[in-house]
Design a protein around this ligand. Structure first.
Ligand SMILES: O=C(CO)[C@@H](O)[C@H](O)COP(=O)(O)O
Length: 250
């Protein structure tokens, strides 16, 4: 127990389980090799987040060895997992949580196609409906930043604040993604790799065609607000009124 009170302790336990499980999505989707990459999630209701230990094999990641940190990236002493060093990107994730309160999860991978675009310092143009849907436009490049302090975090925040994209290609490094939840950030990591691969393949065979801005706007709006199953919020919107029909059909 870390002494935060029962509600926060329950939230921490749930986030530990989520973050441990979501790391398996990185390997399942072939976004990482060996111990590269990391996922973190904010603890709802507390100035805390959970991240993986540094350089530990994916098969060994479990809720009890995830590491609880404060929003300065300091490990909370005496909590499960605190005996190990946290991810080398902990300061970067912490910077994002401090400066983007809407962010609930951060993901970093070296997925090969997205990282190849980062190596060239080239944004991924919006030439597919899937890119417009998920990212709302081109997927931007962030600055080159050293690993270990909050430089990467500053690059992520500078690039993504006010931007529709939930992914940034950090120059000479690889993609970082954010989302309202860690699961959403993992989804963005999967989608950015898919976009990077497909646009790369398309360019091998000819000229790619940009989608006009009004169509990008319409696609983004539909995907963000209409696509998929209605959420509780959408279900609560009043249904369109239909006039009762009489037996005669009038
Ligand atoms: O590229 C980096 C550092 O930014 C990481 O992806 C490492 O490859 C994995 O670091 P840990 O999270 O295991 O420290």
């Amino acid at each position: 127990m870390s002494g935060y009170g029962p509600t926060i302790e329950v939230a921490i336990a749930r986030v530990r389980a989520d973050v441990a499980q979501l790391h398996s999505e990185l390997t399942r989707n072939e976004l990482v090799v060996w111990t590269g990459g990391n996922v973190s999630a904010r603890v709802p209701g507390a100035d805390l987040f959970v991240i993986k230990p540094s350089g530990v094999a994916y098969d060994d990641l479990a809720p009890e060895n995830m590491i609880l940190c404060d929003l300065d990236g300091a490990v909370i002493d005496g909590t499960p997992g605190s005996g190990r060093a946290p991810s080398s990107d902990t300061a970067a994730h912490a910077y994002v949580y401090r400066n983007m309160p809407e962010v609930g999860g951060v993901v970093h991978t070296h997925s090969p196609y997205a990282t190849a675009w980062a190596a060239r310092g080239e944004e991924i143009p919006c030439v597919l409906t899937a890119i417009a849907d998920e990212f709302g436009g081109p997927i931007p490049v962030g600055p080159f930043a050293v690993i270990g302090d909050d430089s990467i975090g500053r690059g992520i925040v500078e690039t993504l604040t006010g931007h529709r994209s939930k992914a940034v290609l950090m120059a000479n490094h690889g993609p970082f993604t954010i989302g309202p939840s860690a699961r959403a950030a993992v989804k963005a990591a999967v989608m950015v790799e898919d976009a990077a691969r497909t646009v790369h393949l398309a360019r091998q065979a000819g000229e790619i065609i940009e989608i006009p801005q009004p169509a990008i706007d319409a696609l983004f709006d539909r995907y963000q607000n209409v696509y998929g199953q209605a959420t509780e919020v959408r279900r609560q919107k009043p249904a369109p009124r239909v006039r009762a029909r009489t037996a005669s059909g009038a």
